[in-house]
Design a protein around this ligand. Structure first.
Ligand code: NAI
Length: 332
């Protein structure tokens, strides 16, 4: 079977080629996103393998179906960029990698909190320039702080385990509270309560139709002045204009984002010689208390290994109609 990879980077090729030896699929890699503009590349393949910023709307699904594609393999956990209804309508099997390494994302969220709080990124540059002054590097202890976790699923739980180790008090909000977690030092509260009481708010829920702009002007007004907000989940959970306003008024004391609503035009590329047309990201980058990473929370050896293995296994299963065996991995 031939699998076409979109949004492919050298590291995708490295890991997928390595683990394809067990399967023997024909793999073809394209750097461009999959979307209406790139459908011409889809030829002679039964499967396409896509990532977070590929756009698989109804139009793309219809075209894939027409071109004989019967499998869409997401090499990521989130699937907000795929029209599942359209996939069902055209009989296209969609699979994903729901839990390649929750720790990879959770540890990155913690790394961002520590960086923005203790300003190690600034200290590193200062010391290299023989500036040993501490002015402006003041942070706060994590121990004793209240951390609000929105979405206590696999990543949220991994994040909670680490933050409990720091001596933080954990508040969680989830559509489906977990009794085990509740008995282990975590208090489930309503979203407004979480916003009101947390020193740090970290988002670990998926982006759905119902929670777009979960963090908006109203939510921000409930939060403690100087709150730290962390988003390693999906960009559109945050209203960027509202967060910029809250940074200007100092309602938000620090912002860590690994995801951004308009990231598909920016992330995963070297734009260092380009004029960036996006004023909101430029404004965000101008704040000294904003830390942005370009969707790298998943980017560990362990996670890429699991992504490649599970994705290729998923395609093999779907190809042989063995879907039932591993149902949670399949979305249609
Ligand atoms: P999961 O499915 O294990 O957990 C998500 C949790 O969020 C579930 O417990 C669910 O009940 C809860 N939830 C759903 N809607 C909610 C809402 N409106 N309010 C509160 N809770 C809600 O998913 P997992 O593996 O923990 O991943 C979470 C998200 O992290 C993914 O959907 C994806 O968007 C993001 N992600 C980001 C990565 C990165 O590299 N930055 C990599 C992997 C995932």
């Amino acid at each position: 079977m031939k699998i076409l990879f979109f949004s492919a980077k050298p590291y995708d090729k490295l890991f997928f080629d390595r683990f394809n030896e067990a399967h023997g699929f024909e793999l073809e890699y394209y750097e461009t996103h999959l979307g209406p503009h790139s459908l011409g590349l889809v030829q002679g393949a039964e499967a396409v393998c896509v990532f977070v910023n590929d756009k698989l709307n109804a139009e793309v699904m219809a075209a894939l179906h027409e071109k004989g594609v019967r499998i869409v393999a997401l090499r990521c956990a989130g699937f907000n960029n795929v029209d599942l209804e359209a996939a069902k309508k055209f009989g296209i099997g969609v699979c994903r990698v729901p839990a390649y390494s929750p720790e990879a994302v959770a540890e990155h969220a913690v790394a961002m909190i520590l960086t923005v709080n203790r300003k190690t990124h600034k200290a590193y540059n200062r010391v290299r320039e023989q500036n040993f002054s501490l002015n402006g590097l003041l942070g706060y202890n994590l121990s004793g702080k209240t951390v609000g976790v929105v979405g206590a699923g696999k990543i949220g739980k991994a994040f909670i385990r680490i933050m409990l180790g720091f001596g933080c008090k954990i508040l969680a909000h989830d559509l489906y509270p977990d009794d085990v977690l509740a008995g282990n030092g975590v208090s489930y509260v309503s979203l407004p309560e979480l916003f009101q009481q947390s020193d740090i708010v970290s988002l670990h829920c998926p982006l759905t139709k119902d929670n777009r702009y979960l963090i908006n002007r109203e939510a921000l007004s409930l939060m403690k002045p100087g709150v730290t907000i962390v988003n390693t989940s999906r960009g559109a959970l945050l209203n960027t204009a509202d967060i910029i306003h809250a940074l200007k008024t100092k309602q938000v004391g620090a912002l860590c984002i690994d995801v951004y609503e308009q990231e598909e035009k920016l992330f995963f590329r070297d734009l260092s010689s380009s004029i960036i047309d996006d004023d909101q990201i430029q404004r965000l980058m101008s704040f000294p208390n904003v830390l942005i990473t370009a969707h790298q929370a998943f980017f560990t050896e362990e996670a890429l290994t699991e992504i490649a293995q599970i994705t290729l296994d998923n395609v093999a299963r779907l190809g042989e109609n063995r879907m039932g065996e591993n149902a949670p991995f399949m979305l249609t």
